[in-house]
Design a protein around this ligand. Structure first.
Ligand SMILES: *Cc1c(COP(=O)(O)O)cnc(C)c1O
Length: 501
């Protein structure tokens, strides 16, 4: 596939909607007034607001064009490691828009919300079954908030047992960045564990801490499985046992359940608490900061600590049980307004029902197969620091021993010229120039082959015409941005300042 090779600056952001404004042009058609007319209170009238005066078609074109300036899973391949950018089936959206769900007011009484509560109850039950836990809370609004809930539950569990000194959480250096951040946010302390040369947790280091003088200060361990290297921890049972023997609880970061569904149940491995990312594994949309759902699953001993409310059957009846919202007796408290992001619950529910048990198992098998296929096809072109079978994603190095000055960032930027979203780069931190690639199960073999070809082409370009990479991207609406400024000084408004990029 050929990518345009020009390096001319593109400027797809013009014109702005303010500039196409024409006095008197109108884009709305108000219905006939069916209430008595009255004058607007003058103190609320403002004439300093510059509102664009445009027709409906101009508005449509403006916003559709803006939407097309961004890469999206609905427009192209998105192998963003650790994010599971799978295709989100549109039937999920249809279900979430059913008026009975979409228009339900959160303060409607229990009698008027039985259908919604039944859906939440089933979703709790299925998620618990999928990961082998005693119960689930759907409240947390993101993976990171699920982590926060999990660590607060662990903390409260120890406090209730008079173990106030248990304030330390073990975190391997292959963990997702949110893990140590969560520990700190919860007022606990991180003990970082090294990885061994195979990418597993260094068992000796773990056992030394778990049997050393800090043992009775260990509150637990947070581990990402598969790790952010895309690797399934080979000694997971020994890790769980070592921490439990020291009196700590085990937290699993389950954002990577796309590699485990239907195959491994973390609860059966001995984990006490885990969060799911419904907005990854269970195909509810994500990006842009939410809304999401980081439901938490817990083992029996943490059931009473779950963030509320959870849905329970309050009056059993084979035909029509009565569902109600309940606060678990020792709950860590409220994390989110009302009942969590209900729209996400509906989408995940639709997804699980559409696939069924055997379908979810196929999701995992295909996700793992796809990642291993791409890994095997690229292993002679790019360096793989951990050359072993991976889970749903794998990490490789975005640099070449025989070309100077080509970085993961250059490869990522060049991918954009070929219409492919870059993989996660510079993460995990323990791999130099890391590129973390997650194809997901929803892509066809044709797409994977095209990606493999593009990656090989880029490797060739890196050797023959390296400036093509250094100056990429060439064909995107904006060229290479200052990475730090782009993240820290985000320009989200439609003001003319955008034109300066
Ligand atoms: C995405 C992710 C998280 C955080 O989830 P958010 O919903 O973005 O807060 C945590 N851990 C892992 C491994 C992830 O991939």
């Amino acid at each position: 596939m050929d990518a345009p090779q020009t390096i001319e600056k593109t400027n797809a952001l013009e014109p702005l909607i303010y500039e196409i404004s024409t006095p008197g042009r109108i884009g709305v058609n108000l219905p006939k007034c069916d209430v008595p007319e009255s004058d607007l209170p003058t103190e609320l009238m403002r004439d300093d607001l510059k509102l664009p005066e445009v027709s409906e078609m101009q508005v449509v074109r403006h916003f559709v064009r803006l939407s097309q300036l961004n890469h999206a899973i609905d427009t192209g391949f998105y192998p963003l490691g650790s994010c599971t950018m799978k295709y989100n089936p549109k039937i999920n959206e249809d279900m979430a828009r059913l008026p009975g769900f979409a228009l339900l007011h959160p303060l409607t009484d229990t009698a008027g919300t039985q259908g919604a509560l039944a859906l939440m109850y089933d979703l709790q039950t299925w998620l618990a079954e999928i990961a082998g836990f005693a119960g689930v809370s759907l409240v947390p609004a993101a993976g990171a908030q699920g982590e926060f809930a999990g660590i607060l539950m662990i903390r409260k569990y120890h406090l209730d047992r008079g173990d106030a000194q248990r304030t330390k959480i073990l975190v391997p250096n292959s963990a997702h960045g949110t893990n140590p951040a969560t520990v700190t946010m919860a007022g606990m302390e991180v003990i970082e564990l090294p990885s061994d040369s195979d990418g597993n947790v260094d068992l000796d280091a773990l056992k030394t801490v778990c049997t050393g003088e800090l043992a009775n200060q260990i509150a637990g361990m947070m581990i990402t499985v598969p790790s952010t290297l895309g690797l399934f921890e080979s000694h997971i049972l020994e890790v769980v046992e070592a921490v439990h023997e020291a009196g700590g609880l085990m937290y699993m970061d389950g954002a990577n359940m796309n590699a485990l569904m239907g195959v491994v149940k973390p609860g059966e491995l001995g984990f006490d608490v885990m969060h799911y990312n419904l907005h990854k594994t269970f195909s509810t949309p994500h990006g842009g900061g939410g809304p999401g759902c980081g439901a938490v699953g817990v083992a029996e001993r943490l059931m009473d600590y779950r963030p509320g409310p959870v849905v329970e059957i309050i009056e059993p009846d084979d035909d029509a049980p009565l569902y109600g919202l309940v606060e678990p007796p020792k709950t860590i408290g409220k994390l989110k307004a009302f009942w969590g992001n209900f729209g996400m619950h509906i989408r995940a529910y639709a997804y699980i029902r559409a696939y069924g048990a055997s379908g979810l198992k196929d999701v995992t098998r295909h996700a793992v197969l796809n990642a291993n296929y791409v890994r095997a096809m690229l292993k002679d072109t790019y360096h793989l620091p951990y050359p072993r079978i991976c889970g749903h994603e794998f990490v490789m190095e975005g640099r070449f021993s025989d070309v100077e000055d080509i970085h993961a960032l250059d490869i990522s930027k060049r991918l954009m010229d070929y219409g492919i979203h870059p993989p996660t780069n510079y993460f995990p931190l323990i791999v130099k120039e890391a590129l973390l690639i997650e194809p997901t199960e929803t892509e066809t073999k044709q797409t994977l082959d095209e990606f493999i070809n593009v990656m090989k082409t880029i490797a060739r370009e890196a050797h023959e015409t390296p400036d093509l990479l250094h100056e990429a991207p060439h064909v995107t609406p904006v060229r290479r941005l200052d990475e730090v400024k782009a993240a820290k000084q985000l320009v989200l408004c439609c003001a003319p300042v955008m034109k300066s990029h």
